[in-house]
Design a protein around this ligand. Structure first.
Ligand code: VG1
Ligand code: CO
Length: 544
């Protein structure tokens, strides 16, 4: 087969962010843009030739075309074998599972996660390594450096492959195996959870659930798991047909965007349990009847009860949470006598801790929960974990969480996002905050006194690399925190995220409304950073 060497010139904006390279679809469709980045991945990898890679995406617009281009570039770069999900699909957790199971060198994930899709939406490419997790910083940086020097890429000439047909194909000298994207993942879930007990709980207790796939990748997985394997009624699955534009929605599972689910769970006679996942299937939102479980509370409840579930009967070795995530899991770790690590935002920082056997569970405030079974956060895994616990405890979601608060105290939590700010405005705001840090320590604001004000820096306990400038932390003496950081996943302007947390031990305070409890802290956060003066916005774009 003819291998062509195509001359090209670098694009200066190919540095991966929190979770891979994300840009508008049209940006990716520029001449050689995708090819440059894919070739840079192969150029940065240590002798990728004759090895196996896994490839798939969340089905968004441009997924199929990108797969065909990537296959031809891989074949021209002497990759030995590529395992592709049927129709070019894989959820992010499933691809992590398949990389590990098939001992691949790594995988290429095509997704912009929860960012909107369609011709005017976003696209993304992420490289994961042989442990199944996002490439560490040194590798994403190496890929970026290659992309800045690139002057050619290699591509095979040939027909497109029929991605809808399972089977083995040959492209040049490369083998392409098209597999069912669900089977390996389902087998892993069955090894961790007691599916028969969950099924019985649905039957005996007349326990009802619903799941919103938001027209993204988890639809077919949810059908296979909940409907076919656990016997849930088809009507319990909403928006389960994946669409290239995700139905025009924003597949981010939170109270604002998962509208269908929220209306159902806060409506009349709701089911006992509701859940949603995001575009690529790694996030989750858990709801009870008229009840929302914050992601950090979810991680804390799972950790406290993990021994009740087959996969975690032996107990936990440790927990990790990202820095802006509430400290609810820390309390559980303390009681269990295990460490709780605090990492920068992004799943890549959990990889070393998981590989070194230092943690079993981990999570982020952004609706991400996961464990050592793979190296990505895992939406459906979290849903199954909750279902298994509910089947064991035979309690409502609200009762489980409230009992948890009674034992550990409640962490009120909220995130304020200021979207689409001019980059310079956002950067100046952060720089000005940085300059204030030394004067803030010891300062009293009403009943709040600051005892730590810093720019978060993380030293990886395994490879000792230091990652600096990961967000500004203001910690108050009563356990409250305000955190400011800029998003690394957006494709338009800059997004300022302000994270608010406040702690109440007293059970009499647990039933208060989060936004009310956090209102003084929210005003303080605005005043200290002068958000209104600097951004011209009196309110955030979205509160989750
Ligand atoms: C956001 C979240 C972060 C998450 C990342 C990728 O990053 O805050 O917690 O790991 O998205 O998740 P940022 O830099 O925009 O705050 V996903 O589901 O987009 O792969
Ligand atoms: Co995601």
């Amino acid at each position: 087969m003819l291998i062509k060497k195509i001359s090209t010139t670098p694009y200066l904006d190919q540095r991966p962010g929190t979770s891979g390279l994300r840009k508008k679809v049209k940006h990716f469709q520029q001449l050689n843009y995708l090819a440059n980045f894919i070739q840079s991945i192969f150029d940065a990898l240590d002798s990728p030739a004759v090895k196996t890679l896994v490839l798939g995406g969340d089905g968004r617009y441009y997924n199929q075309e990108a797969i065909q281009i990537i296959l031809k570039i891989a074949a021209a770069n002497q990759i030995g074998k590529i395992i592709v999900g049927r129709d070019g699909l894989f959820s992010t957790p499933a691809i992590s599972c398949v990389i590990r199971k098939h001992q691949a060198l790594g995988g290429i994930i095509l997704s912009a996660s929860h960012n909107p899709a369609g011709i005017d939406g976003d696209f993304g490419v992420k490289y994961n390594t042989s442990n199944g997790g996002p490439a560490p910083e040194f590798l994403t940086e190496a890929i970026y450096q290659k992309s800045q020097q690139i002057n050619r890429y290699f591509i095979c000439q040939g027909e497109d492959l029929p991605l809808d047909q399972l089977g083995t194909y040959i492209l040049g000298e490369m083998t392409v195996e098209i597999i069912d994207p669900i089977a390996d993942y389902l087998a892993l879930m069955e090894a961790l959870f007691d599916f028969d007990q969950i099924k019985d709980h649905f039957k005996q207790q007349k326990f009802q659930m619903c799941f919103d796939a938001m027209h993204a990748i988890t639809g077919p997985y949810a059908q296979a798991i909940f409907q076919h394997r656990l016997g849930v009624q088809p009507s319990a699955l909403f928006n389960h047909i994946p669409l290239p534009d995700f139905g025009g929605g924003h597949p981010d599972p939170n109270l604002v965007y998962a509208k269908t689910l929220v209306e159902k769970m806060y409506g009349e006679a709701p089911p006992d349990f509701g859940a949603a996942s995001d575009g690529d299937g790694d996030r989750n939102m858990i709801l009870g009847q008229h009840f929302f479980v914050t992601p950090a509370d979810s991680l804390a409840v799972l950790a406290a009860n993990a021994h009740l579930v087959p996969g975690y009967q032996g107990g936990l070795v440790g927990i990790a949470r990202s820095m802006p995530t509430s400290q609810a899991p820390d309390q559980v770790a303390e009681k269990l006598g295990i460490p709780c690590y605090e990492t920068p935002t992004g799943w890549k920082f959990f990889g070393n801790l998981l590989d070194a056997g230092k943690i079993t569970l981990c999570g982020e405030e952004s609706f991400g929960t996961g464990a050592n079974h793979i190296r990505e956060k895992d939406g459906l895994w979290a849903v199954l974990f909750w279902l298994n616990l509910l089947a064991v405890k035979k309690q409502s979601v609200a009762a489980m969480v409230k009992n948890h608060w009674a034992e550990y105290g409640r962490h009120f939590y909220s995130r304020y996002d200021y979207d689409d700010l001019p980059l310079e405005t956002a950067q100046t705001l952060m720089e000005d905050l940085n300059k204030q840090l030394s004067t803030l320590v010891g300062k009293q604001f009403g009943s709040y006194k600051i005892y730590i004000a810093d720019d978060f820096s993380y030293q990886d306990p395994v490879d000792h690399t230091i990652t600096a400038h990961q967000g500004i932390r203001l910690c108050f003496e009563d356990g409250s925190r305000i955190i400011y950081r800029l998003s690394g996943t957006g494709t338009q302007g800059a997004t300022l995220r302000v994270y608010l947390e406040s702690f109440a031990q007293d059970i009499n305070q647990h039933n208060q409304n989060s936004q009310q409890v956090l209102s003084t802290l929210a005003t303080l956060a605005q005043n200290i950073a002068q958000t209104q003066e600097k951004t011209g916005r009196s309110q955030p774009s979205i509160i989750t």
